[in-house]
Design a protein around this ligand. Structure first.
Ligand code: ZN
Length: 684
């Protein structure tokens, strides 16, 4: 039964490239779902686009000295390309700075305004006197009133997920100037969520208790149980969609008001291009609307956007919002600012042509019901032990043997043994088994079943041993190879949602491109690859990933970790004030180390002879863990020459060499940057 589907995936925010967390949480599952539905003959529109408004983009633009448009142009292009490269099969990928979106969002606001669905209110909002600007959303940070997180934003606490108004924050601070904001009056339009509480209760809490994921249902319930409050849908800002009503001058729509409308405008853009009508995809009761998002977006997609759609009146509501939890990387939270991530453009440079390996590893570990961890070792194991050793190995054997025995022509079977019949019957069951998992948004499970089909093929060949049978029974060998080829053909169809590049390649190898079987045909047809069909030559689908390759990735992460630790290192507070007279008591000179040797039996000490310009003297320095004696000979240094001499292990040290320490704990000389300065010159 063919059905109409509108599938959306969260609009990525265009202030940076995307990483594996985005792919695992939203885009790969959405793509699997869309591809599966198309393969099963449904009418599908799969919608995406870039979210290009809001405060963080304006902050980034300010910091980089460019316009917000420059920022979004740059990252929209990068993100769009990543999606194309990873085979995310959007029917349309738009952007919220597009005119069609400005029109659509503007009209949507106007409709609600005209229907009296907003509450107009002049309230006191946080204002930065120094920046001459109202502070909302990410312009302001402070302590979360719910969980005490000191780095909550003016729109949301990322620690506990609570959605906030900027004025809720305790000890608010401007992200622009660091100032403590004052309060200033301004007019805004609010969506009275409290008015929609009854409908939300009935629709979600009653209506979707069974079919929505527990993590999504639970979050929504806790929200509604806490009581919903009016939510401002406009902002005092100059980047975004202008508020299209009287009194809206200098204000724009709140980014979370316009972004989900982006799904609608992207659908319109697609329909226009394809010569279709967009409205049934958003307004026909028979259309199934599904939003793929991460857990940080649940409140916007399950409460605010449905309330907007309901208030507008002519739209359908989502049938499901299968939000995922978060993916971690090697045990730590993915973070853009800490560069703790695997960036997609970088991955493709380092693993060219291996998009499916990442897709596979991410789905195998998808954070469907709880936060999950991506590790490079697991990635390697998934590739080597599953994709190479099972899927790739099976296909390779089938294709190589078919070419070897029959010049690549599918042989005619004779009578099928009981094993053959059972095997083919199991193959026929797979489309249903995989479909049942996909339709319940259990993509890990679905992919496991796909691999089980490859396992079945591998086991069949291992048990039937055509390479042995061929020596004594040619007819039986033909039948074995015929059955194995049917399994290979089923894999070519059923792998498409999960491993689209591999599926394409496999169809090429099996020369299936003209008459590939549909999903249902794999169940319905007795013959997937008929005798006499000519297949192509063998090509490796996957290659083994070596330990060095994985170590390289781990080293890169280790470097990020070190850099972060260095950045977080606390700076010592300033010492007590001294007078100029105190300072001039220090006699510091330029000197050169002319001899150096290790102090016997002392791990840290070098005994140096230093030409201070005044004399050549002995100085003992605790730098032996950072430098060898040979390394420091000839080095220009700064010497404190009037430090009282002191004896260390029987040797008198007359002065001190000035040092500091770098992020990795290695000592660094504080030395004149011009090596032409003469020894003995005073430092003042
Ligand atoms: Zn919090």
């Amino acid at each position: 039964m063919s059905k109409r589907y509108t599938i959306t995936s969260a609009l990525p925010y265009t202030n940076g490239p995307i990483h594996i967390g985005h792919l695992a949480g939203v885009y790969v599952p959405a793509d699997i779902y869309a591809r599966y539905l198309r393969l099963t003959g449904n009418d599908v529109v799969f919608i995406g686009g870039s979210d290009e408004h809001g405060v963080p983009i304006t902050i980034k633009a300010k910091n980089e000295g460019v316009t917000p448009q420059d920022i979004v142009d740059k990252y929209h292009a990068i993100i769009k390309q990543s999606f194309e490269e990873f085979g995310i099969s959007f029917d349309n990928y738009s952007r919220t700075s597009a005119p069609i979106h400005h029109e659509t969002a503007s009209e949507f606001f106007k409709t609600l305004y005209d229907k009296g669905e907003f509450v107009e209110e002049t309230t006191e909002q946080l204002y930065d006197e120094k920046a001459n600007q109202f502070l909302a959303d990410r312009f302001v940070t402070g302590t979360c009133p719910k969980c005490g997180n000191e780095e909550a934003y003016g729109d949301q606490c990322e620690k506990c997920g609570t959605s906030l108004n900027a004025t809720d924050l305790i000890n608010p601070k401007s992200a622009l100037t660091g100032n403590v904001p004052t309060l200033k009056q301004t007019k805004h339009w609010f969506l009275p969520l409290d008015k929609h509480e009854a409908f939300l209760k009935e629709w979600i809490l009653e209506g979707h208790k069974k079919d929505w994921k527990p993590n999504v249902y639970g979050q929504v319930k806790s929200w509604i149980d806490d009581g919903l409050r009016p939510r401002a849908v406009t902002r005092d800002l100059d980047w975004g969609i202008p508020v299209p009503v009287e009194g809206g001058e200098g204000k724009v729509l709140y980014v979370w008001f316009d972004a989900p409308i982006g799904y609608i405008s992207s659908t319109k853009e697609w329909a226009k291009r394809e010569g279709k009508d967009w409205e049934p995809y958003w307004k026909d009761k028979d259309t199934k609307l599904v939003h793929f998002i991460g857990k940080d977006n649940i409140v916007f997609h399950c409460i605010i956007f449905p309330a907007m759609l309901q208030a507008e009146g002519s739209y359908i509501l989502p049938d499901n919002v299968p939000a995922n939890e978060f993916l971690n990387l090697e045990g730590n939270k993915l973070s853009t600012s800490k560069n703790w991530a695997v960036w997609l453009p970088e991955y493709l440079k380092e693993f060219p042509g291996q998009q499916d390996v990442l897709r596979y590893a991410l789905t195998a570990n998808a954070p469907e019901t709880k936060d999950n961890d991506f590790t490079w070792k697991d990635f390697q194991a998934r590739n080597n032990n599953e994709l190479v050793a099972i899927f790739g190995n099976f296909i390779n054997r089938v294709v190589v043997l078919t070419n070897k025995y029959y010049n690549g022509v599918v042989p005619a079977p004779s009578e099928l043994s009981k094993i053959d019949q059972e095997t083919l019957a199991v193959v026929k069951a797979y489309p249903g088994v995989i479909a049942s998992s996909v339709e319940r948004y259990r993509f890990r499970e679905a992919q496991q079943e796909l691999m089980n089909l490859a396992r079945l093929g591998n086991k069949y060949l291992a048990d039937e041993e055509p390479w042995k049978v061929v020596k004594e029974d040619e007819t039986r060998t033909q039948t074995i190879m015929y059955v194995a080829l049917q399994i290979a053909s089923a894999l070519a169809t059923l792998s498409e949602p999960f491993l689209p590049f591999t599926s394409e390649k496999l169809k090429g190898i099996l020369a299936l491109n003209e008459n590939v079987n549909s999903w249902d045909e794999v169940s319905e047809k007795d013959i997937l690859l008929p005798e006499g069909h000519q297949i192509g030559k063998s090509e490796l689908l996957f290659t083994k990933i070596e330990d060095e390759t994985i170590q390289f990735q781990l080293d890169k992460l280790e470097a990020s970790k070190k850099a972060n630790e260095a950045a977080n290192k606390a700076v010592e507070p300033q010492k007590d004030t001294i007078t100029f007279d105190d300072f001039v008591k220090l006699d510091m000179r330029v000197g050169t180390i002319i001899e150096a040797e290790k102090m016997p039996k002392a791990k840290k000490l070098l005994v140096l002879k230093v030409d201070t310009g005044i004399d050549t003297r002995t100085i003992i320095s605790g730098i032996a863990e950072s430098f060898t004696a040979e390394e420091v000979i000839g080095k220009k240094v700064t010497v404190l020459v009037n430090l009282a001499p002191r004896k260390l292990r029987g040797v008198e040290s007359e002065g001190m060499i000035l040092m500091t320490e770098n992020a990795e704990g290695k000592l660094v000389f504080v030395n004149p940057d011009d090596s032409n300065v003469a020894n003995g010159l005073q430092i003042s």
